[in-house]
Design a protein around this ligand. Structure first.
Ligand code: PTJ
Length: 249
């Protein structure tokens, strides 16, 4: 894959696919991970694989709220670790919060593979971020099965949670716990995107890179931030892309 020319128009997309293939081989991913990624790619295609101004505004608001929270936490799953763990570790370091591994299709083997990989990247970066998930001592109320397991030092007692590529049920359960739930989802129509306190409609590694470029002390919480309009703005860009193509056809 390293032989993809720098100028290849879909280079970033091909490199992301390879990251997932590599993570799959290491046992980090759910069986359906590549299907989930494919759905995301279809929406990203409509965005021209670029961060829109609407997504940038949402990312800024999320950074402000995570930086202002008492107990913020970043929750990661298989796809998120495969695609963006380096950036997410740097973001956790910047905000000063832990990262918790919390996966939908939970097995001890996958948890180990993910925790070991994150620890390897953390130590390579030389930063001091607390990695949680190995010893869950709490449960998200009103959620069935192992996906409810979580840590009291992380998700259970967090007031703000950044949880990219979340599923609708868990997002709803976290909202019902009274938390601010920030998601990253390329599908602006998903239940998760509609249910979250704020959804950044963007590709996960781009969304986090955008937050890394921002200065935490310069971003201020906007209590009137309109999450629906923010999501609609990105949806409009996708619809415009479809219409443009119709006109040109
Ligand atoms: O690691 P696990 O066990 O927690 O499982 C992770 C997956 C992603 C397999 C699981 O959560 C799942 O099945 O997710 P869904 O319900 O398919 O939802 C995934 C959402 O993420 C979809 O709405 C996609 O559009 C979106 N998505 C996929 N890839 C990206 C993305 N959003 C942002 N960036 C991406 N790279």
């Amino acid at each position: 894959m390293s032989d993809i020319p720098e100028t290849h128009p879909r280079r970033a997309s091909l490199l992301s696919r390879q990251k997932l293939v590599d993570a799959q081989a290491k046992g980090m991913l759910a069986n359906s991970a590549l299907i989930a990624h494919g759905r995301g790619e279809a929406f990203d295609y409509l965005l021209g694989e670029k961060t829109t101004s609407g997504a940038r505004n949402a990312a800024q608001e999320v950074l402000a709220r995570m930086s202002n929270a008492k107990n913020p936490v970043i929750s990661v799953n298989g796809n998120t670790v495969a695609l963006a763990i380096e950036q997410l570790l740097l973001l956790a370091d910047k905000i000063g919060c832990p990262i918790e591994v919390n996966i939908y299709y939970r097995t001890p083997e996958r948890m180990n593979a993910l925790l070991n990989h994150i620890e390897e990247v953390r130590s390579h970066l030389g930063i001091d971020v607390l990695i949680l998930g190995s010893n869950p001592d709490g449960e998200i109320p009103n959620l069935d099965g192992p996906r409810a397991k979580c840590c009291s030092a992380g998700i259970l007692n967090a007031d703000a949670i950044l949880v990219p590529l979340e599923d609708g049920d868990r997002c709803e359960a976290l909202i019902n716990m009274g938390k601010e739930v920030f998601v990253v989802d390329l599908n602006p129509l998903s239940r998760t995107a509609r249910m979250a306190t704020i959804c950044i409609v963007d590709e996960i590694s781009r969304a986090v890179s955008v937050m890394l470029e921002m200065d935490c002390s310069a971003v201020k919480v906007n209590p009137d931030f309109d999450a629906t309009s923010s999501r609609d703005a990105v949806l409009d860009e996708m619809l415009d892309a479809l219409k443009r193509n119709q006109t040109e056809a």
